[in-house]
Design a protein around this ligand. Structure first.
Ligand code: NAP
Length: 375
């Protein structure tokens, strides 16, 4: 019997629907595609420079900064030599904070320190309130060494710790300690640094310390992965997905600490929008090319990080996720990304397991940093 084009189309759609229903793998791909499409449409409206300018007009107030005086507060920022971290360091210095730049490269760290000092000439002693430390956050021995040196350096308890350093690295690679690089940089290192500094942060002046995770809206496309943390079981390795999972794990870590740590420390996560910085240029070149004209400046990307560090405590919700100086939803509609606190605790237990396993290795491999803490 002859079949018209409409009948053939119907048959094709029906066959595709059956295939999606019977094949979990295909269903997973379709769902991921839908989440990604939803994310891109929403992102083009909200995460771009246009989105920032609209939100600034609608919700930013001059008084957000009016009472901010961070004098005497020590702010630690990982990956502060570039992009968002660099701009956050500059703004927080202008608000009076003592800012510690935690950089993995001695050369890039010194260059950032020099540029910041040149940019802050008129500020009262701002240049002398900048400190540079070497820290490769992907290596636990480096994290441990930094924590020891910070304490031995006689610095006061950190008031703000900004987990800003981030990578999206393809192909899959391991650190010198044998841990997948994206996970090591984006999650394990920040977790270890938080654990090491937390006991002192509880004693920070005013009982108002903060830990801020600079996460990514990419996490909205992923549920919480609490088992395969190193993306070892799924093939092929997909750095974009691993990065998004890591960013979801950061949000979950903030939730864990908000539920269990002292309420003298707030745990917050935020996302900066789509920002014109090296990570986007190098890790997502085709996305970068297509969106370049719409991207936020690094200053705009740093805005909410600075706001979270400086805003009055009563404006903030412990464990909250923020975007453009306002609480943001942790899940997109129909995205199937919800998880329970039991999943969060499973993630935390896994991270503790990594620390226990790697601790002996860390103790053996902790030579002094080549870069002393600098004024
Ligand atoms: N740009 C965006 O559109 C966007 C969107 C969402 C989220 N984010 C997040 O924003 C944060 C800042 O990124 P950015 O956009 O400002 O990009 P960036 O300019 O490339 O900055 C990334 C920083 O992380 C540092 N870093 C990487 N691995 C490190 C390690 N193992 N130890 C210490 N530092 C390390 C880099 O140091 P080197 O200079 O030595 O490489 C650099 O200073 C990241 O967490 C990123 O995931 C960015």
């Amino acid at each position: 019997m002859p079949r018209g084009p409409t009948t053939l189309l119907r048959l094709a759609v029906a066959a595709a629907a059956v295939a999606v229903l019977v094949s979990p793998r295909l269903r997973g791909r379709v769902m991921y595609g839908l989440k990604a499409a939803q994310f891109l449409v929403h992102g083009s409206w909200a995460y771009t420079r246009g989105g920032f300018e609209r939100h600034a007009r609608e919700r930013f107030r001059e008084r957000d900064w009016a009472s901010a005086d961070l004098s005497g507060r020590h702010v630690l920022i990982t990956g502060a030599n570039s992009g968002i971290g660099y701009c956050a360091a500059e703004s927080l210095s202008r608000l009076g904070a003592c800012v510690h730049l935690l950089c993995r490269s001695e050369e890039r760290g010194r260059d950032a320190l020099t540029r910041l000092r040149q940019q802050l000439p008129a500020e009262a002693d701002a240049a002398s309130r900048l400190f540079l430390h070497q820290l490769d956050v992907s290596e636990l021995h480096s994290v441990h060494r930094f924590a020891r040196e910070y304490e031995a350096g006689g610095y006061p308890a950190p008031s703000v710790l900004v987990h800003n350093a981030g990578v999206m690295q393809q192909p899959r690679a391991l650190t010198s300690e044998g841990v997948e690089v994206n996970f090591a940089t984006n999650v394990l290192g920040p977790f270890a640094l938080t654990e090491l500094l937390l006991p002192r942060m509880v004693t920070a002046p005013g009982g108002d310390a903060r830990v801020i995770f600079v996460t990514s809206a990419g996490m909205l496309t992923e549920c919480l992965e609490a088992d395969d943390l190193e993306y070892a079981q799924a093939t092929p390795f997909d750095a974009t997905r691993q990065y998004s999972r890591n960013k979801r794990q950061q949000v979950a870590l903030a939730e864990h600490y908000a539920a269990h740590a002292s309420d003298k420390v707030l745990f917050l996560s935020c996302h900066p929008g789509w920002v014109d910085t090296p990570i986007l240029r190098t890790s997502m070149p085709s996305f970068y090319q297509r969106t370049q004209s719409m991207l936020r400046t690094p200053e705009q990307g740093a805005d909410t990080v600075v706001w979270l560090a400086a805003a009055p405590r009563e404006q903030l919700v412990n464990g909250g996720f923020y975007f453009d100086r306002a609480p943001a939803k942790k899940h997109l509609p129909l995205s199937d990304t919800r998880y329970s606190m039991r999943d969060v605790e499973r993630l935390y237990a896994q991270l503790q397991g990594y620390r226990r396993r790697l601790e002996p290795q860390v103790a053996r491999a902790s030579p002094p940093a080549s870069l002393d803490a600098q004024n």
